[in-house]
Design a protein around this ligand. Structure first.
Ligand code: MN
Ligand code: MG
Length: 660
């Protein structure tokens, strides 16, 4: 089995310690201060889910962002190395896809033999000891991935990615990468004496890659259950003399009990005998941290997962995950006697402001600078065309092109993802809401992309949040209640009223889901059926009229797939019946990525709204609503409703009138 021999970064670390000492006081970790003569402090530093974030830059917004970037994380790596006598640095996967720089390399620049991917170039500066694969490494295909991996100056391991079919048992699997490495290093003990240590590092990827990237992997690869793969290989690492075994788990911290092919398997994985510590990721959270209070199998104060030291280091470079081990030498072997864990951030929030805690490491920026600059050009350059303008000025009063295009992309994606599942014959509907719709954001806070060329940076304007796609299966009746809940954004309107205010300003626009794939009308003369928390307040109310699927009244019992996002599917907005138990598909992809792929796939998109929803006509009744003054130029284009200009409104808004 592979054995890597090299010293710790001693020279480098002492240099850095010196450099750090001259600018800021280095506070040694207590284990480094207190280790006895037979003890040593070993620090494991983790980056995870970098998703190509090297520069602290938001390419969609085309502006700097202090919450992301390996250049920032790297500058705390230097200081953090200096706090510990012995340390290793690992990456936990999902590095090569997930922002426009990743798409630029894959779709535009390409990877010729010998090319170095910018994220790898940046990582190569930092002295990584090992890395593992995340599920997103497969998004651009195996050939692309291996060209990228070839450029790394550190080993990559994955114990559950097989060539072709699985063998009878894990140890016989033919793997693409080494399942683990054994690093022969020296650790300095509490008295300053160096001793040899063999550190084993083993990596795992969620087996769900076989669904998420079926088009890239089918017939070429397979993925073994994470826990089963660990049970196969960890004993062998011990047989080969590993003193300490660290699992690089590109898998979240989920349920405690084992089940076959768990996506988030880190808790049962950590429980396996022979694993001493576990770095986790995939779910883009920080552990220990407030999101993990009260979860079975965890000690969220000490940072233990199934009783073993563990960490999850955020995402996009937001944190460096740290596990500090106090190890003790007994009869020539090392064992862990104490630990602390921490996810250390690169920024903090004060009020609503983001304050950077660190500056950039120039060598990391330099390594990716050329590709960063090319990416800026890429996001500003057209990748497709839109045959109609994309604006959200009327998104709350009519079917709308900015919402329509998101629904089209979600439907396109979910149909493909479910085509080989038991849900393949169910009709696919799609729910999407306007995110930029004035309100507290002000009179300019609208999506407004003209017809013609469309660039990647425009997609941020279409999908503001980094949500991920999910799909639920619900009945026709539940589709109706979903829409009843959405319709809560409208005030009740008395028939015959003149210029009644239409919009309830307390109802957020992101909870105004429009469902595409069905047609319906909204009757404003009835009161909302649900309050904003999803409680029934008017049981007899039925604002949704003529709800039809395929031109016929919807069957209340018929099942539908509805494409949506993780926020809604997880219960966000308290929509009736919509919660995790309805979820049938959890996508690894963001809705934004899906919109980008849809545009690239289609070349020219046609976002014209199909007016699948309208208001029920009410005789002699008019309502008013406010929108941005730029809305005036699109008045004539709005389908399904007649809108007239009603003059100016407060705070720079324009007022419009609808005769119902
Ligand atoms: Mn990820
Ligand atoms: Mg529509």
């Amino acid at each position: 089995m592979p054995t890597m021999t090299s010293p710790f970064h001693l020279t480098r670390r002492s240099l850095l310690a010196g450099a750090a000492a001259s600018s800021a006081l280095v506070i040694l970790h207590p284990f480094s201060v207190r280790a006895a003569a037979n003890q040593a402090h070993l620090r494991i530093m983790e980056t995870t889910d970098l998703h190509v974030h090297v520069f602290p830059y938001d390419y969609y917004g085309d502006k700097p962002n202090d919450t992301v970037g390996l250049a920032r994380t790297a500058s705390i790596i230097d200081a953090i190395r200096a706090e510990a006598t012995n340390s290793i640095l690992v990456d936990n996967g999902d590095f090569l896809q997930g922002n426009p720089m990743g798409d630029y390399i894959a779709y535009q620049r390409g990877m010729k033999d010998g090319d170095i991917h910018p994220v790898i170039a940046a990582m190569n500066v930092l002295g990584y000891d090992c890395g593992t694969l995340g599920n997103h490494e497969f998004n651009y295909g195996l050939d692309f991935m291996f060209k990228v991996l070839n450029g790394a100056n550190f080993p990559l391991v994955c114990a559950n990615l097989t060539k072709g079919a699985l063998a009878a048992n894990g140890r016989q699997d033919e793997l693409f990468l080494k399942p683990y490495v054994l690093l022969d290093r020296k650790v300095k003990d509490g008295s300053g004496t160096e001793h040899p240590i063999r550190i084993g590092l083993i990596g795992f990827v969620p087996p769900q890659i076989m669904t998420w990237d079926a088009k890239n992997l089918e017939g070429k690869a397979n993925a073994r259950d994470i826990v089963k793969a660990a049970e196969a290989w960890v004993p062998q690492m011990r047989e080969e003399g590993a003193d300490i075994v660290v699992a690089l788990s590109h898998s979240g911290i989920g349920q405690q009990s084992y089940a076959e092919n768990l996506e988030n398997a880190s808790v049962p994985l950590a429980a396996i005998a022979g694993i001493d510590a576990i770095v986790t990721g995939h779910s883009h959270l920080d552990f220990p941290g407030p999101k993990f209070d009260g979860i079975a199998g965890l000690d969220n104060t000490k940072g233990l997962i199934s009783g073993k030291p563990g960490v999850m280091g955020g995402f996009w470079g937001s944190h460096l995950g740290l596990i500090d081990l106090l190890i003790e030498r007994e009869g020539g072997a090392w064992r862990v006697v104490n630990s602390t864990s921490e996810a250390r951030p690169i920024y903090r929030r004060e009020e609503k402001k983001v304050i950077a805690e660190v500056t950039d490491k120039p060598e990391v920026l330099a390594a990716a600078k050329k590709d960063h600059e090319a990416t800026l050009t890429y996001v500003r350059t057209p990748v497709g065309k839109t045959s109609a303008p994309l604006y959200s000025y009327f998104a709350l009063v009519a079917d709308d092109p900015s919402v329509q295009i998101v629904s089209q992309a979600q439907t396109w994606y979910i149909k493909d993802m479910l085509k080989e599942t038991e849900y393949r014959d169910l009709p696919v509907l799609s729910a999407a809401a306007p995110f930029k719709a004035g309100g507290r954001g002000g009179a300019d806070y609208y999506t407004d992309v003209p017809a013609g060329d469309i660039a990647i940076k425009n997609v941020a304007d279409l999908y503001l949040y980094p949500n991920t796609v999910q799909a639920v299966v619900i009945t026709g009746d539940q589709v109706r209640n979903w829409l009843e809940m959405s319709a809560g954004i409208f005030n009740e309107v008395k028939p015959g009223a003149t210029d009644a205010p239409l919009i309830n300003g307390g109802f957020p626009s992101y909870n105004f889901d429009v469902i595409d794939g069905v047609t319906y009308q909204i009757d404003l003369s009835e009161p909302p059926k649900f309050d904003k928390d999803g409680n029934v307040i008017s049981p007899s109310s039925n604002r949704i009229k003529n709800l039809q699927f395929n031109g016929k009244a919807i069957d209340p019992a018929q099942k539908f797939v509805v494409a949506t996002n993780n926020y809604r599917a997880g219960g966000g907005g308290n929509f009736p019946d919509i919660a995790a138990d309805k979820v049938v598909f959890v996508a690894p992809d963001t809705n934004r990525d899906v919109v980008v792929r849809y545009i690239i796939d289609q070349g020219t998109i046609n976002p014209s709204a199909d007016a699948n929803w309208t208001f029920v006509p009410l005789a002699n009744t008019s309502v008013t609503f406010d929108s941005g003054p730029k809305a005036r130029q699109f008045l004539a284009q709005v389908k399904g409703v007649a809108i007239e200009d009603a003059g100016d409104a407060a705070e720079g808004f324009a007022r419009f009138r609808i005769k119902l």
